[in-house]
Design a protein around this ligand. Sequence first.
Ligand SMILES: [Ca+2]
Length: 347
Amino acid sequence: MSRRMNIQKTVTIIAASVGFVYICGCQSSGGKTEDREAGKEAAGARVSLDTSGMVLVAGGTFLMGNDEFTDARPVHEVTVSSFYIDRTEVTNAEFARFVEATGYKTVAERPLNPADYPGVPADKLVPGSAVFTPPAHEVSLDNPLQWWTYVPGASWKQPEGPGSNLEGRENHPVVHVCYEDADAYARWAGKRLPTEAEWEWAAQGGQGNRPYYWGEELKPGGKWAGNIFQGAFPHGNSLEDGFAATAPVATFKSNAYGIYDMEGNVWEWCSDFYRPDYFAKSEKVNPGGPGDSFDPDEPGAVKRVQKGGSFLCSDEYCIRYKAGSRGKGEVTSGSNNLGFRCVAAVR
Ligand SMILES: [Ca+2]
C-alpha cells in the first residue's frame, strides 16, 4: 500500500469525520488496511467448482465500450473465449456459506491499522463501511458526503450498521465487499472475478452494443427493466421500480443468456485494473486490463473496474448503468451498493 494512498485515506477520514466516500462507482476513495492473513486462510479452503448457478457463455467477437463516456472510448472490437458466469450477483446466503466454511473476515470488519492513517485520532479508526444515507431535502450534487456516511460497524452482515441484519435479505446481493473480499470468495468457490471484457460480452447477451444491456429504450414497454434510481437524486426516490436499495437478485427480467441484473442493483467488481485510456490500447483477444491502475481524479489510489451501475444510478446523477460504460473503485473500499459475481473456466 503506497504512502500516497495512506495520506489520501487520512485526508478523507478527517474530512468525513469517520470515513470515506464511495460515489456510485464513478469515483471513490479511502478504505481499510489489508489483512493478508485472513485472505490466505480463505484461499486455502477451496471447494470444487459448482456450475449449477452459472451460464455457459460461448466465446465471440463484439463491439465493446461506449463513445458517450470519455473513459469508454473508442468502441472497439474484442474477442473473448467461452466461460461460465454466475446467473446472478453473489447473494448474502451464498456469501454466508463461504464465511461459515472459512471463517473469513471482510475488510470492513477488520481493525484499521493506525500506521495506514498517520495523524488520525485512534477513536476515529473504527471498522465500518459507507452507507447511502439520503438527506431529507434537495442538495447540490457536487459533494457526495451529503448522501454517503461512513457507518462504524457496517459490513456485509450489518448492511446499515449495528442493529441491522440480513433477515429477509438472504437472496439480496451481498454488499460492503471490497476487491479482496470478492476475490477470496471467488477462489474459495473455484471461480474467479470476470475480466471487464467477459463481463460486457455476457451483459450484451448476444444482442450487440445497444444503449442499454436490456435494449434500445430506457423503459421498454413503459416498465423499468432494472433496479436503478427514479426521482430526484438523492433525496426524492420515487420508488417507481419498487426498490429503495437492493432488490432480491433476479427480480427483473434476465437478458437473452439468462443472466440477471447486469444493469443496476449493485455494482460488480471486475478483475481489470482501471485506467481511463485503456480502451485505446486494449488487446484484441481476451483482454485482461492494463498492468497497473491510474485514475487522474485520484492519482495514487489503486482502482479496479466495476460494471453495471447500481440502485443509485439515474439519468440525473450517474448514468454509468448504461451499456458499455465503466465504473471504478478503490480496491479496499466497499459500500452498500457494491457487490460482485464470478466466472469460471470451461474445462
Ligand atoms: Ca448488477
